[in-house]
Design a protein around this ligand. Structure first.
Ligand code: VGL
Length: 226
């Protein structure tokens, strides 16, 4: 019997896409034809799209900026600083600082237009943990970076009887990486589609993909899974 398989689309949102995204992943748009093909050419048991939805550092509706926004700390994006560890007074964790991105209610937060049109009615959207707590970043679609909060993704996958998760999206070295590792840890057979991921730091891609294999992920091509 074929195992039940989910396609997991990680953060394919306007802010991660060139040319206008505030945190555009180089060559991020190159994944789109592959993603569209995966959606069109196979009947998936489940399609899940994760979405970063951050709170705003400059908007009156939200009193505090997100801990991952450089603007919150009046610091330079793409630098890293220690920030308080949750539930551990006096302890810190390193946080990479990003340009403001995927602020809720903005165009940058929305799924890429072509993808939006191709997501069927049954697709499940998983809001990343980021939207619920300004004090912690959330790369994995399963949980925040300090594992204090889990999204409904694990319940959604188990509820649908999924055993295999096929991962595509952005970015290889952050949200794809954390999501794929968590998927392995939770015991899913985890396939990462090479043509359908791109990294913030393209020079790190080979190393990250090797690390994912060490965790038990399989690297596959679109052809292998359609
Ligand atoms: C991501 C950096 C910051 C990602 C999200 O989706 O990979 N990267 N926030």
């Amino acid at each position: 019997m074929k195992t039940k398989t989910a396609l997991l689309l990680v953060d394919i949102q306007n802010d991660f896409l060139p040319p206008d995204g505030s945190l555009a992943v180089p060559e991020g748009r190159d994944i789109l034809p592959h993603v569209y093909r995966l959606l069109a050419d196979r009947q998936w048991d489940l399609v899940v799209a994760s979405q970063v939805r951050g709170v705003c550092s400059c908007c009156a509706d939200h009193p505090h900026g997100h801990v991952s926004f450089a603007s919150t700390h009046h610091a330079e994006p793409f630098t890293s600083i220690p920030v308080p560890k949750l539930h551990a007074p006096g302890e810190t964790v390193q946080q990479m600082l990003w340009p403001d991105h995927c602020v809720q209610g903005t165009h940058g937060c929305e799924f890429e237009a072509g993808l939006k049109g191709k997501l069927g009615q049954d697709a499940v959207v998983i809001q990343k943990a980021r939207g619920t707590n300004v004090a912690v970043d959330a790369y994995s679609a399963f949980a925040d970076n300090q594992y204090t909060f889990f999204t409904p993704l694990i319940k959604t996958l188990h509820g649908a009887g999924i055993e295999t998760v096929v991962i595509v999206g952005l970015a290889t070295d952050y949200c794809v990486r954390f999501t794929a590792i968590d998927s392995c840890k939770f015991g899913f057979r985890t396939l990462v589609v090479k043509e359908a991921v791109r990294g913030v730091d393209a020079s790190a891609t080979e190393k990250v993909l090797g690390e994912l294999q060490d965790w038990g992920c399989e690297l596959v091509s679109v052809e292998d899974v359609v």
